[in-house]
Design a protein around this ligand. Structure first.
Ligand SMILES: *[C@@H]1O[C@H](CO)[C@@H](O)[C@H](O)[C@H]1NC(C)=O
Length: 391
């Protein structure tokens, strides 16, 4: 039996030698008691590694070696004493398979009020299947957790992160500035409920590049208060497409502005590029959106604006959306629709969509030109546009 104190002494020696050698401080979670067996709860070791890295006056690295590390739930909170924390993950973080453990906490892994955190590699295994089954059976189940959230944080990098089978959303960016995500892989069953791939809200300067998202809800969803977003080189499907929305749920709501979505392949998805707003009063808005170079492969609704979103017909019937949608461009969108109506602009009678531009669109349904439908939508078409524009 080794005295537990000796681990602490070893860890301290390790830390001392690292810093005395002048290299950035590095904390290997194994040295802090984590076990790569997928069964031993390693939460404390991860939190201790975070406390050390966050408390360091100089740049610090947390290293997670190969293996499966069980984490019950963990909040990595700032502010920290340095703004250059690197988390290098060669292993897999595993959520408890029993969804009652996380219960209604809402988040599995969350970073709060941090600045300058970069995550390289890593796999997050949310083990969400049990909760999906519970929900599908119509039982009363906990709401479920987002696998990874950054909230109230700035200057974040995620490169090469994989998220599997989240209970609810995979990755959430909330109230953040300057976030770069690259080479993210998201995977969950096409019929897993509410498993949005990447959800962004109340954030500015978020870039998502070169990522592959297969899931049961939106591949990427963009909520109120999002601006200066750049999304490029994405493979989406199965999933519900890339959505701006749902917006306009609240009477007072921040708008969505300056969003570029380019070079995306949608395969067998429910939607392609979508804007959706609740059919109820709101001061929300969407303006300055470019959807460019999209390939649709058997997509049910390739281009859609839906301002009559009203799930369960509660709190909206008889009302119209207050969200103002303007300056939305669809450029070089082509491929196949799985339904007759490939372009559907269903805008608000009180706030018609304006400045909608279609440029070089070619969408077919069963080898024939598809149809377009416009309600309260104004704008222009240029170049080759099929289905024939109804703007
Ligand atoms: C729009 O967002 C991009 C980043 O996606 C940014 O580079 C550009 O400056 C923004 N434009 C305006 C007018 O803010």
């Amino acid at each position: 039996m080794v005295h537990p104190m000796s681990f602490l002494v070893l860890a301290l020696l390790f830390i001392f030698f690292n810093s005395s050698l002048g290299s950035p401080l590095s904390y290997n979670v194994l040295n802090l008691g984590a076990r790569p067996d997928g069964k031993t709860d390693s939460t404390k070791a991860f939190l201790n590694a975070w406390a050390a890295a966050c408390g360091s006056e100089t740049p610090a690295t947390i290293y997670v070696p190969p293996g499966r590390f069980l984490i019950s739930t963990a909040a990595f909170r700032g502010p920290c004493k340095n703004s250059a924390i690197t988390i290098r993950i060669d292993g897999t973080l595993v959520a408890p398979s029993d969804y009652h453990v996380i219960g209604n906490v809402g988040n599995w892994l969350v970073f709060e009020s941090v600045d300058g955190v970069s995550v390289y590699g890593g796999t997050l295994d949310g083990q969400g299947a049990g909760l999906w089954t519970c929900k599908a059976a119509g039982n009363s189940c906990p709401g479920g957790a987002t696998s990874l959230e950054f909230t109230n944080s700035n200057n974040i990098v995620m490169d090469g992160l994989t998220s599997l089978n989240s209970q609810m959303f995979h990755i959430v960016i909330n109230s953040c500035q300057n976030v770069k995500m690259q080479g993210v892989k998201v995977s969950a069953s096409g019929n897993s409920p509410n498993t949005d791939g990447i959800h962004v809200q109340s954030s500015t300067g978020v870039t998502i590049l070169g990522s592959s998202i297969k899931t049961g809800d939106d591949c990427i969803s963009i909520g109120p208060g999002s601006s200066n977003l750049w999304i490029e080189n994405i493979a989406c499907g199965p999933g519900h497409g890339i959505s701006i929305g749902s917006l306009g749920k609240d009477l007072q709501e921040a708008g969505v502005q300056n969003v570029t979505v380019k070079t995306v392949t949608f395969t067998g998805t429910e939607n392609g590029v979508r804007i959706k707003a609740w059919g109820r009063p709101s001061d929300g808005f969407v303006k300055g959106v470019l959807f460019q170079h999209a390939t649709m492969v058997n997509v049910q609704n390739p281009i859609v604006i839906d301002q009559n979103y009203c799930p369960g017909n509660e709190g909206c019937p008889g009302q119209v959306s207050g969200v103002k949608i303007s300056d939305v461009t669809y450029q070089d969108i082509h491929g196949t629709s799985a339904t007759d109506v490939a372009v559907n602009f269903d805008c608000s009678s009180k706030n018609p969509c304006s400045g909608i531009k279609l440029e070089d669109v070619k969408l077919t349904y069963m080898n024939q030109p598809a149809q377009a439908s416009c309600v309260n939508a104004g704008g222009t078409a240029s170049g080759f546009v099929e289905p024939t524009s109804c703007l």
